[in-house]
Design a protein around this ligand. Structure first.
Ligand SMILES: Nc1nc2c(ncn2[C@@H]2O[C@H](COP(=O)(O)OP(=O)(O)O)[C@@H](O)[C@H]2O)c(=O)[nH]1
Ligand SMILES: [Mg+2]
Length: 249
């Protein structure tokens, strides 16, 4: 049961889509990459820094896995009130993210806020160097291990997709096709209740409580699992019938 529970965070993502938030300084190429991952021109792209002021959300399948992609306003200190509000929204999304894609222009790392940014994020951060088609700048700040992409040539996009799927769903990728996965919060709650009851049973026995008395915890564990495997009571059936059919006529 503990092993099954470990599949829950990624399993639940299979139903909702992993929240992938694209962030980075203005003009880093975030909206261009958002469109490229989406496969359509959804976000406005211009050479004017500060173009994206509101977060834009869209569904996309990446390497066959479901994602909710979010393009955000570029992070910088700004005097513009609307842009500042956009940056606040960016941080809200970043706090909720399952995974963050941090974009920085290849030659830009020196003045970027990469490290400070990464330490502020709770979710795993994938860093990409954008615009890899442009000639290398005189500041070779790109590490060989960095992912490099260009939306102009398509360079690096396949690797980036693999990396994103691996970070968001890697635990599931290592499971065989037939292994069960917990995909619903209700199922996770049932398993957690069952595990807690089993722990209490073991603790009671260790403390010398008689088996017959301690077994109430086992009964409670079984009841919790009934929920998971779909044992339903007549009341449940009636509730469902009345909720989904018009019986008034
Ligand atoms: N050469 C080149 N230009 C790019 C690339 N990605 C974005 N750009 C340009 O960089 C500018 C800013 O792009 P945008 O996606 O709006 O950046 P954002 O502000 O981070 O959303 C635009 O003029 C884009 O055309 C790329 O891979 N190669
Ligand atoms: Mg943008």
């Amino acid at each position: 049961m503990a092993r099954l529970l470990r599949t829950a965070p990624e399993g639940e993502r299979l139903r909702e889509g992993a929240l992938l938030v694209i962030a980075g300084p203005p003009n880093a190429g975030k909206s261009s990459l958002f469109n490229a991952l989406l496969g359509r021109e959804r976000a406005i792209v211009t050479e004017v820094p500060g173009t994206t002021r509101d977060a834009i959300e869209a569904y996309a399948a990446i390497d066959g896995f479901p994602f909710r992609l979010v393009d955000t306003a570029g992070l910088r200190d700004s005097d513009d009130r609307v842009e500042r509000l956009g940056i606040e929204v960016s941080w809200k999304y970043l706090e909720a993210a399952d995974l963050v894609l941090y974009c920085e222009e290849a030659g830009d790392a020196g003045k970027g806020m990469g490290d400070a940014f990464v330490s502020r994020c709770r979710a795993p951060v994938v860093i990409v160097r954008t615009k890899s088609d442009l000639p290398p700048s005189d500041r070779p700040t790109v590490r060989p291990s960095d992912l490099r992409v260009s939306v102009v040539t398509g360079d690096g996009l396949t690797e980036l997709r693999h990396r994103l799927a691996e970070v968001a769903f890697g635990k599931l990728l290592t499971l065989g096709d037939v292994e069960p996965v917990v995909t619903r919060a209700r199922h996770r709650a049932a398993l957690e209740r069952a595990v807690a009851e089993l722990d209490e049973f073991a603790a009671a026995r260790a403390a010398g409580v008689e088996a017959a008395a301690a077994a109430t915890h086992l009964r409670a564990a079984v009841l919790a699992l009934d929920d998971l495997i779909g044992v339903v009571t007549p009341d449940d059936v009636l509730d469902r019938v009345f909720a989904s059919f018009c019986v008034g006529k």
